[in-house]
Design a protein around this ligand. Structure first.
Ligand code: ZN
Ligand code: ZN
Length: 411
């Protein structure tokens, strides 16, 4: 791969994704297959004056062995020293880079009940870490690099290095890195465009939106009062801008917890807990998913929905035009970071408090009172956008407004 572009990418993630400040610690969660890229990120961080760079290496093979063979007691808790480390770093405001790259079916055959138990346990033991992440208490960024098992899934006609090379090229296109371009400038402009649309949506003061397409989706989603639509950059508690997902194409908010009714079909396969789930049909009643079926991975899906009492409610509503770079590539990535940015999506489970005015400073109880699904053991994004999706909105003063026509924004 072109070293100049790799270097640009590492600097983009640390400098714009995290916006690392002098004296700040950086945590990097990275697959060992791409140690080379982990090293570039480390150098980029020290160049910007990092206090320390802490590497959390992971490996698909060892992860799978752990899930299949580790002692059963381990799935009911996180080691206290491990929880302490992450919670402490989060409270200190350390940056957190997560490199999302794994074999999409790495955990096929793993006991689903173990996964459910561990979701509950990690949510409890890493509460400070997750709460601070959801409320932008520290800057975090999810980005991707190719590893063989994943690249071969995305490009099944290619093997090994060829698949890796092709996935690098694709990722660079999606994150706006070109050989001689200025990725930092390109990102500024892109985030500006997303924020413009988010502002229009917030100012519409929508009470509800109605989704329809030929798959059979017919869903009304109410929105909480004072709901905000967000996009592009976020701001950390310390007051520094950061970009949580690279790439990002979405404009998101949170649905009203008990205000979702109708039927919703998925539009792309979803990788959930190391398994593929595809062709989902959801039925909603007063916000709750009362029935979920899937042609593939139905059991995995329902286990995740049954994580706890809030997991069957929606925590995110996100709009992505069908005509967008990732969608136009025609590629199914089997990686949520890319697939969710190719398609309108929702997430079941926990909501981002910033989805309502002042939400970041509210307690869980206050957020629930404001109609937000403030806590859940999961946050799972799933894709629903199609070429023929229409979305019409109803404003709080009773006006009907068209938002999406034929899969795309009308404004
Ligand atoms: Zn999203
Ligand atoms: Zn999400």
């Amino acid at each position: 791969m072109n070293q100049k572009m790799l270097w640009q990418y590492a600097r983009l993630i640390v400098g714009v994704g995290i916006n690392l400040q002098k004296g700040q610690t950086l945590v990097i969660n990275c697959p060992v297959d791409r140690a080379d890229f982990g090293r570039l990120l480390t150098t980029a961080a020290y160049d910007l004056g990092a206090k320390d760079v802490i590497m959390l290496w992971r490996d698909d093979y060892c992860t799978r062995e752990h899930w299949l063979r580790a002692d059963d007691s381990l799935f009911d808790g996180v080691y206290s020293w491990d929880a302490d480390r992450l919670n402490t770093l989060a409270k200190e405001g350390a940056g957190y880079i997560s490199i999302a790259a794994a074999d999409p079916e790495n955990l096929k055959g793993v006991d689903q009940e173990r996964q459910r138990r561990y979701s509950i346990a990690s949510n409890r033991d890493l509460k400070d870490f997750y709460n601070l992440e959801m409320t932008n208490g520290f800057p975090w960024c999810v980005a991707s690099v190719p590893i063989t098992a994943w690249a071969e899934k995305v490009f099944p006609e290619l093997k090994g290095e060829e698949a890796i090379e092709k996935l690098w090229e694709t990722i660079f296109k999606m994150v706006r890195i070109t050989e001689d371009g200025d990725a930092v400038e390109a990102w500024k402009e892109h985030c500006g465009n997303l924020e413009r649309r988010a502002k229009i949506l917030t100012e519409m003061n929508l009470e509800s939106v109605h989704y329809k397409n030929s798959l059979g989706t017919d869903l009304v989603v109410e929105l909480p009062e004072n709901c905000r639509w967000l996009a592009g950059g976020e701001e950390s508690k310390a007051g520094h801008k950061f970009v949580a997902n690279m790439p990002t194409e979405e404009i998101f908010s949170a649905p009203k917890r008990d205000g979702v009714n109708g039927v919703l079909y998925s539009a792309r396969p979803l990788v959930l807990n190391g398994n593929i789930v595809d062709k989902i049909r959801f039925e909603f009643e007063n916000g709750k998913i009362v029935k979920a079926t899937a042609e593939k991975g139905e059991e995995v899906l329902n286990k995740a929905l049954d994580t706890d009492e809030n997991s069957r409610f929606l925590g995110e509503i996100a709009l992505v035009p069908y005509d967008s770079p990732i969608s136009n590539s025609g590629i199914t990535f089997f990686n949520t970071l890319f697939d969710e940015n190719a398609s309108c999506h929702f997430a079941f489970g926990e909501a981002y408090p910033s989805s309502i005015e002042g939400g970041d400073d509210m307690t869980e109880e206050e957020l629930f009172e404001h109609g937000i699904n403030a806590t859940a053991g999961v946050h799972v994004d799933f894709m629903v956008g199609t070429a023929d999706l229409s979305i019409t909105g109803k404003t709080r003063d009773g006006k009907e407004v068209v938002i999406f026509e034929n899969g795309n924004f009308v404004f």
